[in-house]
Unconditional design. Sequence first.
Length: 363
Amino acid sequence: MQFGQSPEIVNLASTSEMETICIGKSLASSIYQNNTTMWLYGDLGAGKTTFVKGLAEGLGISDPITSPTYALENRYGSTSSPEPNNKLLHADLYRLSSSDAKKFVEETEEFPGVRVVEWSERLSSSELSSTERQSASGETTSRFVLRQAQDSLEESTMNSKSIHIEFEEISETKRNIKITFNDAKIPSRKQIEEWRDDVKLPEHICAHSDAVGKFAEELGLKLLKKGIVNRPLLLKAAGEAHDLLRFVDIDSSDKEDVWKKLGEKYPGRHEEACANFLEDEGYSELSSVIRPHSLLSLDDPNAFSTVEQKILFYADKRVLGEKVVSLDERFDDFIVRYGKGVESEDAKRWRKITKEMEKEFIF
C-alpha cells in the first residue's frame, strides 16, 4: 500500500522587479517533468511576466521575453533542441472567455517543454456576481475566481503534474509569490516507516537518515527566505529515505534474507539501488533527488539537474551519525573509515568541490 502526500506549498517574498526575476530563475532548477505546465494567477502589474523573464533565463533561453496578451502565446527556445526544458510556451488568457480559454489550453497541452499560462483565472466558469461570490464564500472576488479556476483544473487531467503560482500585491513594492507544486508525490512519514520495517533497516541508519532529512528541510526553508525556490517537504522525505537500502553495500555472508533479495533485485551501490526501489514504488521525483547523493557523482558534470539534488547531497555530507558537523569533520571521518587514515587524491578533490558547493547554500 502506498501513502503519498501532495501538493507542496511554498511562499516567497519579493520587494523588487529584480527579486521577482531571481525567484523565477531559481524555479527553473526545481522542474522534474519533461512537459511541465505552470498556471499563473494575479492582478495586472503583479509581476507575472517579470517572473517569466527570470524563468526563461533559468531555462537557458536568451530570447527577449514579451507579454503575449495580444498574440495569445509566444514560443521560445530551439525547436530542434533535444532538451524539453529548453523550450518555453508563454500564454496569456486575459482576452479570452472561459470557454475559449479552456479550448486554447487543450490545444497547447502537448507542447514539448515548459508551458506557462498567465491569467489562469479565465478558466473559471462561475457566473456569480461579485456580491454573490463574497456572500457565498466569505472570500474576496479575486480569491474566489482563483479558487474556481483551480477547481476547474483539478477536475481535468490538465492539473496532473503541474505547478500553480499566485502573485499577491502586498504593497506598491512588495509581492508574495505562492507556489503550489502538484507535480511530485511525497511519501508520508507512515510510508517511510513502513519501508524501513519491510527492509529491516538498522536503527542507527534510521537515526542518521532522520537527521539528514531534518537538516535538508531546515536548509530549504532558509533558502526560501533568500528567494531561492526549493521544496523543503520533498527534501525532508529524501533525507529520511536516502539510505533506505544502505545495506546493499555491505559485503557479508551474514546478511538478512530480505537484504540479499533486495540486493539481487537492485544491484549496484546503495544510492542507485534506493533510487530504483523508489522508482518502482511510484516516487520518481523522490528517486531523482536521491540518486546522485554519492561522492562519485561529483565526477559527473550532469549528475545534478535540480536544486534539491544538490541540497540533499550537501546535507548528507554535513551529518555524521545523528549530528550536524562541518564538512571538514565529515570528510576527516571518511578518511578514517574508508581511507585507513590516508586522504586519497579523489577524496581531496571531492572535499574541495563540496566546499565550493557549500557557498551556494551558506550565506
